[in-house]
Ligand binder design. Structure first.
Ligand SMILES: NC(=O)c1ccc[n+]([C@@H]2O[C@H](COP(=O)([O-])OP(=O)(O)OC[C@H]3O[C@@H](n4cnc5c(N)ncnc54)[C@H](O)[C@@H]3O)[C@@H](O)[C@H]2O)c1
Length: 410
């Protein structure tokens, strides 16, 4: 990624922070050139802060820009439509469109229908969003009025799913993006692309995951490494880049509030939150809470994920970023279990893993009986936990079980 691209990404995130009103921010889109001559704010050349970080700007540049932004708003009584930044290009501040307040369109999605405005106007990223839990979460989030980026290795699948969400919930509900979450350069490019399009994001769900079961004695080192790379290391890589964007949104927001306070105009400054609150969420597993027989690579990667969640939560709270995990039980209706050719039910039936079972239904019932609430976990169950975590601004570093009582916290 070139220095210019990184600077453009950092400036877009800062500008999005300027628009945060304590609950929502506007979309900020990077342009090749200004596409309007009205309401233009021009800022000087940005100065890069800590070069070790994926993204940074100096406090001096952020403070000067926030003061210029406030003067513009005072003079015009409105936000700038276009911001030009020396050496970083032009940025459109969206004042309409989905991100500035479309009504929730639940379209039969149960959680979005129950939960009102939690997701409205947010920008959300869901990795592994082409199918399974990721797609189910993206549906509930888009139905709640957010714009969702479906990030997946499988670009065709992500594009088809995004097209479906746009058809059901309105244009601008979803966008597809190819990335390998375990690859640092790929995640950096994905982050740049999304920030150039939206100015940043409010919710990053690290959901992409893989499972390679097997005995410690026979599982190959390659399979162990794949599971560790995608389920464990990728959470570090994604959090590294997502938190850099969120930190700059917060820096922009706080600089704008400080600049407003300095003018002596009281405004509603006392009622504003201290930070631009954002969420990083890991879709973990009940196997992150209890060991799993002949499935050690998976359980180990998920246990490790909770260690990262707790540690990142402690560090990132300084920037208003909450970090939490959700630990779902088995999603029997998803492709991992129910795919007719490669799903675990058909594999377990063929392998005779459930003594006496003659059909897929019998294998399924065997597993359902192990859940106190008597059924598998669904996307809606996990989405309820996502909505809860986003709503709950007074919690971070937690692992929330959604297991039907199968796994209980000690
Ligand atoms: N299915 C379950 O029963 C279950 C239970 C508990 C937790 N989980 C967790 O939920 C998450 C989603 O599981 P699922 O069952 O929906 O999986 P799935 O296999 O149905 O979907 C996973 C998606 O992630 C994508 N993906 C895989 N590797 C990737 C990579 N390196 N970069 C980008 N995308 C990648 C795949 O292309 C796919 O679209 C995983 O983290 C899994 O561990 C699943």
């Amino acid at each position: 990624m070139s220095t210019t691209d990184r600077t453009r990404t950092a400036v877009a995130a800062m500008l999005r922070g300027f628009t945060y009103d304590g609950r929502r921010a506007q979309q900020v889109e990077a342009l090749d050139a200004p596409d309007s001559e009205e309401h233009i704010l021009s800022l000087g050349a940005p100065a890069i802060g800590d070069a070790e970080l994926p993204l940074d700007l100096t406090d001096d540049f952020i403070g000067r820009s926030a003061r210029a932004w406030n003067s513009f708003v005072q003079e015009h009584g409105d936000l700038p439509g276009i911001v030009t930044v020396e050496g970083a290009g032009a940025f459109r501040i969206a004042k309409s469109g989905r991100a500035s307040g479309d009504k929730t369109q639940s379209g039969g999605q149960p959680v979005a229908a129950e939960r009102g405005s939690t997701m409205q106007g947010r920008i959300a990223v869901v990795t592994g969003g082409a199918q399974g839990f990721g797609l189910a979460l993206a549906e509930e989030i888009a139905a709640g009025g957010a714009t969702v980026a479906l990030v997946d290795l499988n670009l065709d699948g992500a594009e088809a799913s995004a097209a479906d969400l746009n058809a059901r919930f309105g244009a601008g509900s979803a966008i597809a993006c190819a990335a390998n979450v375990a690859d640092n350069d790929s995640v950096a490019a994905m982050t740049d692309m999304l920030v150039a399009r939206f100015g940043g994001f409010d919710l990053f769900i690290s959901n992409a995951g893989v499972l390679r079961a097997g005995s410690v004695m026979s599982l190959s080192v390659q399979d162990f490494s794949l599971v560790t790379d995608v389920n464990y290391s990728a959470f570090f890589v994604c959090t590294k880049h997502a938190s850099s964007v969120m930190r700059l949104q917060d820096a922009g927001y706080r600089a704008r509030v400080a600049a407003t306070a300095a003018t002596g105009v009281t405004d509603n400054i006392d009622t504003l939150p201290a930070h631009y609150t954002t969420d990083i969420l890991q879709i973990n597993s009940k196997s992150g809470l209890k060991g799993s027989n002949k499935n050690g690579a998976y359980a180990g990667s998920k246990f490790g994920g909770i260690g990262l969640v707790q540690s990142f939560a402690l560090e990132l709270v300084e920037y208003g970023i909450k970090v939490n995990a959700i630990c779902p039980g088995n999603f029997f209706d998803g492709p991992l279990w129910s795919d007719p050719d490669r799903g675990l039910f058909v594999q377990y039936l063929n392998a005779g893993k459930v003594p006496g079972a003659q059909s897929i239904d019998e294998v399924k019932r065997h597993y359902e009986k192990q859940v106190p609430l008597g059924r598998g976990c669904t996307g809606a169950d996990v989405a309820r936990a996502v909505y809860y975590i986003v709503d709950q601004v007074y919690e971070t570093g937690q692992a929330v079980p959604v297991t039907g009582g199968q796994e209980m916290l000690r």
